[in-house]
Design a protein around this ligand. Structure first.
Ligand code: GAR
Length: 197
């Protein structure tokens, strides 16, 4: 069975949606480990409640990214993780992790990339005044939200929206799309088509 680790830094509603899909028998993978850079975040509480092992670290306690990523890789190997899902992980993945899991890391991002990469993407789109935004799941490369796109879904920004109502609709779409993306990468008949840049 495909064994995944989810990386998250905050609330963890997307981590929860993967766990819930797995419990319903709708996820073609097993969530084996939560990795977090925020030991006090709510996602840690969720993982403990669900009986999922947690590897929590504080980046400040390491000299650099390479040092903590080496420790993460050891943990991933210990848990025989084949694939990594970034679901609200607010750090840039470094060379060590990318080389250990080539084309085996996906990231969830709350905009229609390449528009609004980086932090606060929902707010960026709302304040820019675009009428349509959305959700993207993409493979992770060395850039910031630049890797090959796996799935996208559009979300309309309505005149009456506040950032909060928009955020809520984006999250609803994310919870479905991330499960779909995980199932897609593990579907043996799926062929990823990347366009030449
Ligand atoms: C999600 O909206 C996710 O797309 C975003 O963080 C949120 C985490 O929510 N990720 C990024 O912005 C990454 N650049 P959650 O903790 O409730 O799953």
């Amino acid at each position: 069975m495909n064994q995944i680790a989810v990386f998250a830094s905050g609330n963890g509603s997307n981590f929860q949606s993967l766990i819930d899909a797995e419990k319903r028998g709708e996820l073609q993978a097993q969530v084996k480990l939560l990795v977090t850079d925020r030991p006090d975040s709510y996602v840690v509480f969720r993982a403990k409640r669900e009986g999922i092992p947690v590897f929590a670290f504080r980046p400040k306690e390491f000299e650099n990214k390479s040092q903590y990523e080496k420790v993460i890789i050891q943990k991933l190997q210990e848990f025989q993780i084949d694939f990594i899902v970034l679901a609200g992980y607010m750090r840039i993945v470094g060379k060590d992790l990318l080389e250990a899991y080539p084309n085996r890391i996906i990231n969830l991002h709350p905009s229609l990339l390449p528009a609004f990469p980086g932090k606060n993407a929902i707010e960026q789109a709302y304040l820019y005044g675009v009428k349509w935004t959305g959700v993207t799941v993409h493979f992770v490369d060395a850039g910031i939200d630049t890797g090959p796109i796996l799935l996208q879904e559009v979300v309309e920004i309505r005149d009456e929206d506040t950032i909060e109502t928009l955020e809520e609709r984006i999250h609803q779409v994310e919870h479905q799309l991330l499960v779909k993306a995980v199932n897609l990468v593990f579907d043996p008949s799926y062929q990823f088509i990347e366009r030449a840049k």
